[in-house]
Design a protein around this ligand. Structure first.
Ligand SMILES: [Zn+2]
Ligand SMILES: [Zn+2]
Length: 148
């Protein structure tokens, strides 16, 4: 583990108002290195495979804590498992209807909320997360595919 990087992550936890624990730093650092979108089960499995001995329930709690202070975000990719990712850059998602792969899409504006709906809303808006759906290039290029 690169200790200067860990220090930086510890600092981020502190700034976000979380008590710094070894497990929180470990999970956060791990997710940053892993990149992408992962369910708690994926994270738990990947951690275990790499020799981290963190119980699943603890992984779940840490992910929830990190999400609660905005260091992780839950990728809104439609129904199914909750998928988490590092929340450094606000962005949207493209979900392939065939293979289910989630691709990051840059934010339309660059900051939240990047969409303002027409008409009156029942309250204030602080974010709008868009899910683009379609068939990804890999799937539309393959013979089996689109109608699967
Ligand atoms: Zn696809
Ligand atoms: Zn994402």
């Amino acid at each position: 583990m690169d200790s200067s990087k860990s220090k930086e992550l510890e600092e981020r936890l502190r700034e976000a108002g979380l008590r710094v624990t070894a497990t929180r730093v470990e999970v956060y650092e791990f997710l940053r290195e892993l990149g992408g979108h992962h369910s708690v089960d994926d994270i738990f499995k990947a951690l275990t495979e790499r020799g981290h001995k963190i119980p699943r329930m603890t992984v779940y709690n840490v992910v929830t804590d990190l999400e609660g202070v905005g260091l992780l975000m839950c990728a809104d990719a439609g129904p199914g498992r909750a998928l988490y990712e590092v929340a450094d850059v606000w962005h949207h998602h493209y979900v392939c209807r065939v293979c289910g792969t989630i691709f990051d899409v840059p934010c339309l504006v660059g900051e939240k909320p990047c969409l303002t709906p027409p008409g009156t809303l029942p309250g204030s808006v602080d974010e709008a997360q868009v899910i683009f759906r379609g068939v990804c290039r890999d799937c539309s290029g393959s013979e089996k595919g689109v109608n699967e």
